[in-house]
Write a protein that binds this ligand. Sequence first.
Ligand SMILES: [Ca+2]
Ligand SMILES: [Ca+2]
Length: 81
Amino acid sequence: MAAGDLDLDGDVDLITREVTSDTISILSNLGGGAFARSILFGPVDPAALTLADMDNNGLLDIVVAAYASPHGFQILPAYYR
Ligand SMILES: [Ca+2]
Ligand SMILES: [Ca+2]
């Protein structure tokens, strides 16, 4: 799991690995302890994931270490544009 403000609304959002489906989900923070879940990507058998602004555009991108990826990792550009 990784945490960061993906949609720049000031609330910390989460990305998680769904163990049963090997997919990656975004949990958008709606405030007040409520989250909206959406499946972003998969199945990829993600081993680890983190958030970083890889292209320096001010928006967090999702970096996934995945056994199924040819390079061993994959960068998912900012989800919210
Ligand atoms: Ca947010
Ligand atoms: Ca970025």
